[in-house]
Design a protein around this ligand. Structure first.
Ligand SMILES: Nc1ncnc2c1ncn2[C@@H]1O[C@H](COP(=O)(O)OP(=O)(O)OP(=O)(O)O)[C@@H](O)[C@H]1O
Ligand SMILES: [Mg+2]
Length: 504
């Protein structure tokens, strides 16, 4: 290590009304893992899109060198040839093609001019096996969940034998074991001399894997830390520009005895199989003002269970009661009508309408409430939106900014606000803080606390144990499609939950 593979010098990039990158210089050494951290909207993805050729030469100012020679990047195919591969924050995949086709897209093996499908599938199977992904190369991409799609994108980057691999929040959709696996792969690549740029909001991963950490704030490069200088507190303070005192609010003093929702004997089909069930038989009760943590291991069906409660996924069996009255929820509209709100884990696919602005997206679910005689009361709409636009610190020139122009984390804040705006009795939160920076996370915890205090009943799925343990009053742990046990806040710790979730 020591020699620079990539040097970015004085990079500046603006969008209408926004300076996304302000005179940034950054070096990447050979065979190192460099992490890029910063709050939502700091400019991380934009900087990497400059390096990957998504914003080609001429769309930014500044210079990029590779092995000492200047790069005049004309587009992604240029960088692919140069050996720079990028895994995007939002899955970039051809959903109607197979897994193998996605992996070898643009370079399918040929035999006498024809595509050699057998070889394509065999090669793809081999890479998938190296990545420990249990998947057939012939599977259709559309039928896979986000985490598997993300792994296919990683496979696709790897078969191009890159010199530089850029990963923009690769683990935000991955489960714990998939994450561990990916980190091992990165270490392995490093030992082969491949350099990685790793973007993540999960600071524990960042500190674990990185050789160096660069902090960005407000379009600028603040500081780069070498391994021996790593200090969580300092990095976080550099990220947010000030000190933070407490991460989690106190959740004491709520009364949680009035039953709001009861789920009885839910059975839900496995997403990748028509014969298997992912949830066999799960029942639980939810009380007013309570935050219930739904825990379980990889693929335990937590998300599927939430989706089934919300009517987004059909259930095979089971009954749902709201305030002791049975509800027949056949689709998401009837769920909303019955007072159930849902924040989906997959915000890109299910979360927002790309052609609308922030405000229009946020109020989609409350259109009826802000409409009089088929006119939208824009004053009321603006007022409702302003509340969350401010408290969640959404980074955008105005609440009329097109959502597509926001950074990934800020898009998620909009989707969160949308589900918070609906009037509900029950709120289902699937990974509410994934991809969201540390400052906005504390705001979200505060909002969850306030909602619970106002009497909302909340179910939360999260792969981050610290937040789960801090926020939840009670845990229902799922293993093998059934409830493996229940823990109260004062009985629960990470180890106990994991043991229970493993069926021990
Ligand atoms: N296509 C675009 N048009 C207008 N503004 C944009 C566009 N892309 C990004 N921006 C703005 O540039 C800034 C930097 O965004 P970027 O996506 O690089 O942030 P990020 O650090 O990756 O954040 P996150 O952690 O949320 O992913 C943000 O203010 C964002 O709104
Ligand atoms: Mg980003």
């Amino acid at each position: 290590m020591g020699e620079n593979l990539i040097e970015m010098k004085g990079i500046t990039k603006t969008f209408p009304g926004v300076v996304a990158l302000n005179d940034i210089s950054l070096e990447l050494k050979k065979g190192e893992i460099l992490s890029l951290v910063g709050e939502n909207g700091a400019g991380k993805s934009t900087l990497m899109k400059v390096l990957s050729g998504d914003y080609p030469w001429g769309m930014y100012s500044g210079q990029i060198f590779m092995d000492g020679s200047p790069l005049h990047i004309s587009g992604p195919s240029y960088t692919e040839k140069a050996g720079i591969a990028m895994i995007y924050q939002q899955v970039h995949a051809e959903l109607d093609l197979s897994v193998a086709e996605n992996i070898y897209l643009g370079r399918l093996p040929r035999k006498m001019g024809f595509i050699d499908w057998k070889k394509t599938n065999n090669l793809a199977a081999k890479v998938l096996k190296e990545l420990k992904v249990d998947l057939s190369p012939e599977d259709n991409m559309r039928n896979l969940n986000t985490s598997i799609q993300q792994l296919v994108c990683i496979a696709r980057a790897l078969v191009r034998n890159p010199k530089v691999l850029i990963l923009d929040e690769p683990t935000s959709a991955l489960t714990e074991s998939e994450t561990r696996n990916l980190l091992d792969i990165l270490r392995d690549l490093r030992s082969k001399g491949i350099s990685c740029i790793y973007i993540s909001h999960k600071l524990n991963e960042v500190f674990e894997i990185s050789d160096r950490i660069s902090v960005m704030r407000d379009a600028r490069h603040v500081r780069t830390y070498k391994r021996e200088e790593f200090d969580t507190k300092k990095v976080v303070e550099d990220m947010i520009g000030h000190r933070i005192d407490t991460m989690y609010p106190s959740m004491d003093g709520r009364e949680t005895s009035h039953e709001v929702m009861r789920v009885e004997h839910f059975q839900v089909r496995h997403p990748n199989s028509s014969i298997k069930n992912i949830i066999e038989d799960v029942s639980f009760t939810l009380y007013r003002g309570e935050v219930l943590g739904l825990s379980g291991l990889v693929g335990s069906g937590r998300s599927e269970l939430l989706r089934a409660v919300f009517g987004a996924l059909p259930k095979r069996n089971g009954k749902l009661f709201i305030e002791n009255k049975e509800c027949h929820i056949s689709d998401t509209r009837s769920a909303i009508r019955n007072g159930i709100g849902f924040l989906t884990e997959d915000r890109k696919k299910d979360g927002f309408v790309g052609t609308m602005n922030i405000q229009e997206n946020m109020t989609l679910s409350i259109l009826k409430k802000i409409t009089t005689a088929s006119f939208i009361d824009t004053r009321l709409e603006e007022e409702k939106v302003r509340q969350y636009f401010d408290s969640l610190k959404i980074k955008a020139p105005s609440q009329k900014t097109q959502i597509i122009n926001l950074s990934g984390g800020n898009q998620q804040k909009v989707v969160l606000a949308k589900s918070l705006l609906t009037e509900m009795k029950v709120l289902l939160l699937d990974e509410p803080t994934v991809g969201i920076d540390i400052g906005a996370k504390t705001e979200i915890y505060k909002i969850i606390k306030e909602l619970a205090e106002a009497g909302l009943a909340i179910v939360m799925v999260s792969s981050e144990y610290p937040e789960l343990l801090a926020m939840c009053d009670r845990f229902v742990v799922i293993a093998n499609g059934r409830v493996a046990g229940e823990l109260k806040k004062n009985e629960a710790d990470e180890e106990k939950i994991i043991r229970m979730a493993s069926g021990l």
